[in-house]
Design a protein around this ligand. Structure first.
Ligand SMILES: Cc1ncc(C[n+]2csc(CCOP(=O)(O)OP(=O)(O)O)c2C)c(N)n1
Length: 409
């Protein structure tokens, strides 16, 4: 939908608060429809993948088609457990923000498969350049919830010494690049890192995520150009969760039919995938990783999903979209879909799932109690004041030294 002012088109969302959302206009293809090409395929032969939608789980919760990955039940159960734990973590952190125990938080409700299935498909030595909504991948990589919470409340155990906004984690030990608040900067950084790593003779690749709104940034376009020119071993993930705060995806999408199709002009493959289908996200990430590792260059992956919660704790979505829009989302909930698949396969049950949810909540509660034993946002202890002058300059310039002395350090 678009309005026009003096002939200038101004796209608008289809539904506003009070409207009944209906996604019948979305063309959602059946699972199993698209073939899985060879990883060496020419980008120009992959047009259907940029306009279609790779889906593996069908409406009966069966995994079908060429893209259905061969994964053990144990592996899938690990994915499910991580998604449930991530949701419990997010829920708890939102509550803590609402009661002023932390200053800011960003949930990933509805987008858990986007990051967790991708982390599952990548190797531990692959470098991740995430946005602020991939906490699930960090948990999948083995981050301790206590460490993550301590970063969010900037207490004495915060590994970033209070220098970053909550949720902007950085973990060298887990190959997790510092999250930047400046949108899309991680895309060219990932391309550059992947090239440098290849030049060192290593086969680790880089994977980065931005939201669809961030594709309007110049960094998206420079990253695609660099990746295309140098065949950089990088996965460029665009998480199309329909909203960039209050801005609907049809603003940053412009006249393009899909975000994946933006890859075509750069001569790199663009693949659009059902972001709420754990198996499909895993399979497409694995394909793109194999392609990159084999020297065939970057892939742009559009993860088609829906942001189930507010953008952040500073946002109120009831002002710009129908309250129950997520409930009408035709691709459902990634946790429910993987759960149903595993129940259908006979390795999971509603009772076990309820136990998992309860255990995850308890694990998060326990982690929170331990986190605040290292200090609270309000009362500390925080990182010592002198640390704010460290880690930037090898040799401190005179004006920084003077500021430090003025503070008595
Ligand atoms: C360069 C830059 N411009 C604007 C902002 C403010 N801002 C933060 S998040 C955001 C929306 C991003 O939306 P999207 O890229 O779709 O990601 P999502 O939050 O939906 O995951 C904006 C405009 C920013 N942080 N950096």
């Amino acid at each position: 939908m678009a309005n026009s002012v003096s002939g200038i088109q101004i796209p608008a969302p289809l539904y506003r608060p009070g409207d009944r959302p209906d996604f019948a206009h979305l063309n959602i293809p059946q699972a199993g429809g698209l073939p899985r090409p060879d990883v060496a395929a020419d980008a120009k032969d992959l047009r259907d993948h940029a306009f279609g939608l790779v889906r593996v789980l069908n409406h009966n919760h069966c995994a079908i088609g060429d893209w259905a990955p061969e994964l053990s039940h144990d592996e899938l159960l690990k994915g499910l457990r991580t998604m449930v734990l991530t949701r419990a973590y997010d829920e708890r952190m939102l509550k803590m923000q609402r009661t002023k125990r932390l200053s800011f938080y960003m949930k990933s409700l509805g987008e858990e498969a986007v990051s967790i299935a991708a982390a599952h498909a990548l190797r531990d030595d692959d470098m991740l350049f995430p946005s602020y909504r991939q906490q699930g991948a960090l948990i999948y990589r083995g981050a301790d919830l206590v460490d993550m919470m301590c970063q969010c409340i900037s207490n004495s155990r915060d590994n970033l010494l209070g220098r970053q906004l909550p949720v902007h984690y950085a973990r060298k030990d887990l190959n997790w690049f510092s999250i930047s608040g400046n949108l899309a900067t991680q895309f060219p950084q990932a391309v550059g890192w992947s090239m440098a790593n290849r030049l060192k003779g290593k086969d680790g690749i880089a994977s980065s995520w931005i939201g669809e709104g961030s594709t309007a940034e110049g960094d998206f376009h420079s990253a695609c150009t660099l990746a295309s020119t140098y065949k950089a071993p990088t996965l460029l993930n665009v998480v199309n969760n329909q909203w960039a705060i209050s801005m609907h995806q049809n603003i940053s999408g412009g006249a393009a039919e899909t975000f994946a199709s933006k890859a075509i002009g750069f001569g790199i493959p663009g693949i659009r995938v059902d972001g709420n289908d754990y198996l499909a996200v895993y399979a497409v990430t694995k394909w793109a990783a194999e392609r990159a590792r084999a020297g065939h260059g970057a892939t742009l992956i559009e993860l088609f999903t829906y942001r189930g919660e507010a953008h952040s704790t500073s946002d109120d979505p009831s002002r710009y979209r129908p309250k129950d829009e997520w409930k009408s989302w035709p691709l459902g909930d990634p946790v429910e879909r993987l759960k149903s698949h595993l129940i259908m396969d006979g390795v999971w049950s509603d009772e076990e799932h309820a136990d998992l949810e309860a255990d995850s909540k308890n694990e998060v509660t326990k982690a929170w109690k331990e986190s605040v034993s290292y200090g609270t946002l309000e009362d500390g202890p925080h990182a010592p004041v002198q640390t704010m002058f460290e880690d930037v300059f090898a040799e401190q310039p005179w004006h920084i030294r003077r500021q430090r002395q003025a503070l008595g350090h």
